[in-house]
Design a protein around this ligand. Sequence first.
Ligand code: GDP
Length: 297
Amino acid sequence: MAFDSLSEKLQNVFKNLRGKGRLSEADVKAALKEVKMALLEADVNFKVVKQFVKSVEERAIGQDVMNGLNPGQMVIKIVNEEMVSLMGSETVEIAFRPGKELTVIMMVGLQGAGKTTTTAKLAGKFKSKGKKTLLAACDIYRPAAIEQLKINGEKQGVPVFEMGDKVRPSEIAKAAMEEAKRTECNVLIIDTAGRLHIDEEMMAELIEIKEACSVFQTILVVDAMTGQDAVNVSSTFDDKIGIDGVILTKLDGDTRGGAALSIRAVTGKPILYAGMGEKLSDLEQFYPDRMASRILG
Ligand code: GDP
């Protein structure tokens, strides 16, 4: 399971803290050193770890904790609170245009991150909220991507707009937008092409789509299993095309936790949803407090 190793290490640190009646400054520092090691081993961004430990230490070495009735518990509480804040504290919802205006959402990410699957998963969420949704198949390079979106769209009962793989993606997106307006949809989700690595051509194509159909939300899909790479990918996409939020996939796997704990702090962009499996229903809203509880065990 995700975070197992990180959880286990943190629980060991906490067990030692709980066992002590009083805590000296040295006790707190020693415990935080272990927390730091555990976070680094979980592939959390180095700068994020440094700032995190500093924040916890500043609060924990205050008088309240040292002289409190249960100092160990207080330190654990502070670690929990700081971890929640690292992930953004509040759950962030995908933003929609007001009233009946069409909201265009563009899904971006590297190949294999789970973009096409997540597009269909999101369509299901929107449908259950009563939003009429159209999907647009603009990944014309990966063989079977269009077919995959069509199959998944059908499973979700959401129509898929496609023009095969010979038309320019920005043209497909524009035509899809017209179709969405014509059929009075509330939401258009555009599935775009991913590459194995970020390249200029890919970014240029995304910018072209973004401009062609006044995209309202750009959502990056990243694979949690890739740890720091997921964080770097998020920063690069945000710099190059601007993203509004991130969906972290494959949190059902044995990911170490680095991506979940670093993305918000490094990019300032919220994690919106977490992919928890291959099934189309396996998409959960991202709650920083629940995620922290899961990590801390
Ligand atoms: P794309 O290239 O980014 O469009 O990626 P796909 O949507 O085709 O997904 C790549 C693989 O990851 C597929 O086998 C998906 O079933 C799988 N996948 C996507 N999301 C998740 C997830 O949250 N958990 C797991 N375990 N697998 C996922």
